[in-house]
Design a protein around this ligand. Structure first.
Ligand SMILES: Nc1ncnc2c1ncn2[C@@H]1O[C@H](COP(=O)(O)OP(=O)(O)OP(=O)(O)O)[C@@H](O)[C@H]1O
Ligand SMILES: [Mg+2]
Length: 431
């Protein structure tokens, strides 16, 4: 039986390590170079997309040094072993960082064939046995980043992201109460809506952070997190009144995702504008892409194009799940089978039109999966949660949850049955 080749990713700004290793491998089908990265960003992206077995990182990688990249890779909790290639002798501090980042071995340049191949093989074998040992435990503990995207605005991305987060929180809360397993990251660089849907006024937002030379650390990200009574934690990139002027760099997003993944079992990300740098980075890093498709012909066509683009960009087909959303009462006149024909893809879930339940939910800042758990749209969102790998049971007693939500609303001192943000928008005359 043919064994699978060991997949290698080589990160090296100058290309000498790549060339040398390629010359060692010529004609050897035991190894396959699945990616060459010339900088840290490329290395991180390829590591997530190509799932290499072994990553060789040159210490002189630019602009971020090789050891920093190894540290970032360690944060990602990938199934890849890492080797560091050094051009000069290392000091004690570097050695410590290398150990902390789980770097398997250190190779000195210029690379020697036998020594290099032996280190790759050892790193691969070590990772394989670690994977086997971890398999049973990690099955339960598997962390997921679920991105909610869509080809066009107004197709229901935020509605899905918010209610899916609450459905997951409800389900996981039942299994382990108070576990705070779910974060909703609203990475919309224009006005963030998720906070409004949850009736939260974020004190600080991601756009307040500017990456310092040392990068963005856990403390910075944690200082932005807001807790919602549903058990969902919220991270907002911008405020609902934002003018969209702030720049979120790739580094900030990568660091934020790494912190969220290490702290929460489920990270649900609303990426907002399709094609923006922020959304591209998140798509690279996530485990599941939920593509929400508003059910009318123009939106279906736009979704088809977007799906083609993602597949051309080598996103694995199985990572993408299509969610049809009946944004209009008569959307159901297009059958699921017809949508599948247009999209040339299988549909994972279809959300019915929610009518006044959805509108009230948005205006009150109370997710409908909590306030109307038996509404058809809530049941469909629960089913979607199960589809993305969450065990969804009966959840918390809804009465208890509403009691917890009610005082929070009263704190707004409005008493109009409308959330603070919506009230403010109306009084400011913002439509
Ligand atoms: N299934 C549905 N039933 C009823 N109303 C819906 C449904 N899906 C979405 N809506 C309505 O459509 C509006 C737009 O939804 P949402 O804000 O989630 O879209 P979006 O894709 O996030 O838009 P944006 O481009 O502004 O980020 C919401 O106010 C909601 O009331
Ligand atoms: Mg939105």
């Amino acid at each position: 039986m043919a064994t699978k080749a060991i997949k290698l990713l080589i990160a090296d700004s100058e290309g000498t390590v790549c060339d040398r290793i390629s010359s060692f491998l010529a004609g050897d089908s035991t190894y396959q170079v699945v990616g060459r990265a010339i900088n840290a960003d490329e290395c991180m992206s390829l590591a997530l997309i190509k799932h290499p077995d072994v990553i060789l990182v040159h210490s002189g990688l630019k602009p971020t040094s090789g050891i920093e990249v190894c540290e970032q890779l360690a944060l990602q909790n990938l199934n890849s072993a890492t080797l560091l290639v050094m051009a000069q002798a290392m000091d004690e501090n570097l050695y410590r960082r290398m150990m902390a980042a789980g770097v398997g071995e250190l190779l000195m340049a210029p690379l020697q064939k036998d020594r290099t191949m032996e280190a790759i093989r050892n790193a691969f074998d070590g990772k394989t046995s670690q994977r086997q040992n971890d398999a049973a435990a990690s099955n339960e503990e598997k962390r997921r980043i679920i991105v909610v995207t869509g080809a066009r605005g107004g197709c229901g991305r935020t509605m899905v992201a918010v209610n899916l987060s609450c459905a997951i929180a409800k389900a996981t809360e039942r299994v382990s109460p108070g576990s705070n397993n779910v974060v909703l990251a609203d990475f919309n660089v224009r006005a963030s809506d998720a906070a409004t849907f949850l009736d939260i006024r974020p004190q600080r937002i991601l756009a307040d952070i500017t990456a310092s030379a040392g990068g963005v650390d856990r403390e910075m990200i944690e200082s932005l997190l807001e807790n919602h009574d549903s058990g969902v934690t919220l991270l907002s990139a911008s405020s609902s009144e934002s003018d969209g002027g702030q720049e979120l760099t790739r580094g900030i997003i990568v660091s934020a995702l790494a912190v969220l993944r290490s702290r929460f079992k489920y990270s649900v990300v609303d990426v907002g504008v399709t094609g923006a740098e922020v959304s591209n980075v998140v798509l690279d890093f996530c485990d599941t892409i939920l593509m929400v498709v508003g059910m009318d012909l123009p939106r279906l066509r736009a979704a088809r194009l977007y799906l083609d683009q993602l597949l051309e960009a080598n996103f694995p087909r199985e990572k993408i799940q299509i969610v049809l959303n009946d944004i209009q009462p008569d959307s159901k006149s297009i059958l699921t089978a017809q949508a599948e024909t247009i999209l040339e893809a299988t549909v994972a879930a279809r959300l019915p039109h929610g009518g006044p339940v959805v509108l009230a939910s948005v205006n009150l800042g109370q997710p409908f999966v909590l306030t109307h758990p038996n509404a058809p749209i809530s049941l469909a969102v629960n089913k979607l949660a199960a589809k993305v790998g969450v065990e969804v049971g009966k959840g918390l007693s809804v009465g208890g949850l509403l009691q917890r939500l009610q005082p929070a609303r009263e704190k707004n001192e409005l008493g109009h049955g409308i959330c603070y943000n919506a009230y403010k928008a109306i009084t400011l005359g913002i439509k």
